[in-house]
Design a protein around this ligand. Structure first.
Ligand code: C2E
Ligand code: MG
Ligand code: MG
Length: 722
């Protein structure tokens, strides 16, 4: 009798949905769960009420017909008006009652009482007929009348449900009393009528019971279907509108909720503010503690943000938990009702908080028209986020950066306000985080510029506006060219030559770094092929790889393809990676680097000293080369901390068997100092700036950096050995 048990925890969790599966249907036809019983009664009484109304009308027609037949049969004498005068008003009263609005609630006991009264009246009539010497209980006609009524009551008007048993027993008791005690029938006669009536009673009650049993079973199946549909719809609705981790509205719902509030502000001539909040360095929490803990931290922060904008003139939309509908609302539950409630709640409140992305929240604060008040709210939010959070018994402090856009000053619609607030938060983040920034027009111009640049960069990669410049790497003692680094440039049609600093970060953020890297690798290999074909010395060429390349499983295959295409040996290519990108996920990076190294590519750790400088990790990485960052070289000749660090890095690299290269060597003093400390491989303006292909080929040909055009020549060093 139990319906399917295969409900997901989610479904069971949803507003009491799923009860049908756990309902034992009792023999006495009652669901053990009171709320579910009520739901069944509501549903079927609604149907049987109409059914009973028709039956009551039918009852009146039958009684009327009975009277007419009686009248025709007693054409000479008076017809028996009793049935007409008693039964019809009773039936009429029942019909009238059924039309009352509250009739449904008490329909079952009323119907049961009604049936008992009608039966009693009939027994009384039959007994009186007997008393008057007519054919009442003593004749088969009277008993037939009675059994017919019984059938009518139990089958046609059978909406009594569990009251049927009580009412049936009452009627039977009255009948048996009348037949056995009152009517004065012989035992045989009385037994015969009793047998006859009890049989019909059992039959009628059995049919009634069976029908209701089937109805209830069907109802259970139907409810389960309804409930799972409602649960699925609600879940879909929740997923579409709410963030699962924090229970806050998502970007879409936020926009929908904010629209009427903005409209109200517009009509009322008052301002409001959108605060875009980013939690600084949240990624570190995910990395250190895992996703689950990270999500818990987010949920706690969401709670604080919500608490912060409640009270006073600010309020938040109720989170999902408070939107839940009660289980006993039964069949009226629908996703629409659910959704409308959410909106209604908002309309009466004064603000909203939503989660927009990984570490981003947005808050709409209404009735806020000046910067000072927005500033106070932002500070309150920053302070709330900065409260310590305990994760795995470890206390940590996070900070938040907030960008604020004001309506109507900064933008007139939600899309514009969100964009402005997001631009402002970028400034707050870039300034070190844990602060708030207001949007201003200059930001807007910068953002538009960025978007334009991104579009242009996309075209640049496809239309060949990129080119490689080459900066030689020299052996400062023998003055020999030992290699070169390929550095990308963008020959922009209007802006001129753009250095990597102007577009590499943009390419990384916009996902264009992958096609850009593909282009760089291809062009570098093309040049190597060309130099080889020209008979120029084969020197290893370094290429810078972006952070994302370590996660690109296809990189080895791509490189292998290039080696085949240009008929090159992997040893002619040195791949430069920064320590920050390697140490982000050491395990994964090591796997990739081991593979690249095994294929024969050179691996270089670029900008060493600026990142984590984790020496233990350094030992495990399969590197060939270490490039000391320019920052340590600048002041190297003057002694002090930088020179000490540079010396330590040189010693460390040598100890690990790595080739150490000093980057950004600009002066003779720096070069001499480094040579003195054992770092003979150097790269920098002292030898040559990065030069276009033709210039570098000249260097390769002559074997000296000095032959390069005078503008590149700070150079005083250098003929290529041999
Ligand atoms: P990096 O890999 O550390 O490259 C060295 C940078 O230092 C180059 O700047 C070079 O011009 C500059 N430099 C070399 N010697 C000196 C010197 O003596 N003094 C000074 N002040 N600077 C010197 P550039 O070409 O502007 O490149 C900057 C950064 O852009 C590179 O740093 C690299 O991280 C990135 N980059 C360049 N090309 C590519 C590329 O093709 N792909 C990727 N992913 N990044 C690239
Ligand atoms: Mg480099
Ligand atoms: Mg570098």
């Amino acid at each position: 009798m139990r319906a399917s048990q295969t409900k997901t925890p989610d479904t069971l969790d949803t507003h009491g949905v799923g009860i049908a599966a756990d309902l034992p249907l009792r023999l006495l036809l009652r669901f053990s769960d009171a709320a579910f019983e009520l739901r069944f009664i509501k549903h079927y009484v609604a149907f049987y009420l109409r059914y009973a109304q028709v039956s009551l009308l039918l009852g009146m027609v039958l009684v009327g017909g009975d009277y007419l037949i009686d009248r025709i049969a007693h054409a000479n004498g008076p017809a028996n008006l009793l049935r007409l005068t008693v039964a019809v008003p009773v039936l009429l009263a029942g019909l009238g009652y059924s039309l009352l609005p509250r009739a449904r609630r008490h329909w079952q006991p009323v119907m049961a009482s009604f049936i008992v009264i009608v039966a009693m009246c009939l027994i009384d009539i039959l007994v009186r007929i007997d008393d008057e010497g007519g054919a009442g209980l003593k004749s088969w006609v009277g008993v037939l009348n009675f059994t017919f009524l019984q059938f009518y009551c139990f089958v046609i008007l059978g909406v009594q449900f569990r009251y049927a048993l009580v009412s049936g027993i009452a009627i039977m008791a009255a009948f048996l009393y009348a037949v056995w005690v009152h009517a004065g029938l012989s035992t045989q006669h009385a037994a015969y009528w009793t047998y006859h009536v009890v049989t019909v009673f059992i039959l009628a009650a059995g049919i009634g019971w069976w029908r209701e049993f089937v109805l209830r079973k069907e109802f259970m199946a139907r409810v389960e279907l309804d409930d799972s549909r409602v649960a699925a719809e609600q879940r879909a609705l929740r997923l579409a509108h709410y963030d699962e981790v924090t229970g806050l509205p998502n970007r879409r719902l936020f926009a929908e909720l904010a629209a009427p509030a903005l409209e109200r502000s517009r009509r009322g001539g008052v301002g409001c503010a959108v605060l875009h909040i980013e939690i600084d360095r949240l990624r570190g929490v995910h990395d250190a503690f895992g996703r689950v803990q990270g999500d818990m931290v987010l949920a706690a922060i969401a709670q604080r943000l919500r608490a912060c904008i409640r009270g006073g003139d600010l309020a938040a939309v109720d989170p999902l938990g408070q939107e839940r509908l009660q289980a006993d609302e039964g069949i009226s539950r629908s996703p629409m009702a659910y959704e409308q409630r959410g909106r209604a709640t908002f309309v009466h409140e004064a603000g909203a908080v939503a989660r927009l992305g990984d570490n981003a929240f947005s808050i709409l604060v209404v009735d806020l028209d000046n910067q000072e008040r927005a500033s106070i709210v932002a500070q309150r939010l920053i302070a709330a986020v900065a409260q310590p959070i305990v994760v795995d018994a470890q206390s940590m402090v996070l900070t938040a950066s907030i960008g604020i856009a004001l309506f109507p000053g900064d933008a007139k619609d939600m899309v514009g306000l969100s964009r402005c607030a997001e631009q402002a938060v970028r400034v707050a983040v870039e300034a070190g985080g844990a602060q708030h920034q207001f949007f201003d027009e200059a930001l807007n111009v910068r953002a538009r510029d960025r978007v334009l640049l991104e579009t242009e960069l996309r075209q640049a990669i496809q239309t060949g506006q990129l080119c490689l410049h080459y900066q030689p790497k020299v052996d400062a003692v023998s003055a020999g060219l030992v290699g070169a680094e390929a550095l990308v440039r963008w020959q922009h049609p209007r802006r001129g030559l753009i250095q990597p600093a102007g577009f590499i970060a943009l390419a990384e953020e916009s996902g264009l770094i992958a096609p850009l890297t593909d282009w760089v690798l291809d062009d570098a290999c093309k040049s190597l092929r060309r130099w080889s074909d020209l008979g120029l010395p084969a020197l290893p060429l370094s290429v810078n790889l972006p952070a994302s390349s370590l996660a690109d499983a296809s990189l080895p295959d791509k490189l292998d393809g290039l080696m085949r295409l240009y008929r090159l040996h992997p040893s002619c290519l040195m791949l430069e990676l920064t320590e920050t990108m390697v140490l982000h996920d050491v395990a994964a990076a090591t796997v990739m680097l081991d593979r690249l190294r095994a294929m024969g590519f050179g691996l270089s750790l670029d900008d060493f000293g600026t990142g984590y400088s984790s020496l233990s990790h350094l030992k495990r990485l399969p590197m060939n080369e270490l490039k000391i960052d320019r920052a340590f070289i600048t002041d190297v000749a003057r002694g002090g901390r930088d020179s000490a660090l540079a010396v330590a890095i040189i010693a460390l690299g040598s100890e690990l068997g790595l080739q150490v290269v000093a980057e950004g060597v600009e002066t003779e003093e720096q070069s001499a100092f480094l040579i003195g400390r054992g770092c003979v491989l150097q790269q920098g303006y002292l030898f040559s700036r990065p030069v276009p292909q033709a210039g570098f080929e000249q260097m390769l040909e002559t074997g000296t950096t000095r032959s390069v055009a005078p503008s590149h020549a700070n150079a005083t060093v250098g003929t290529v050995a041999g």
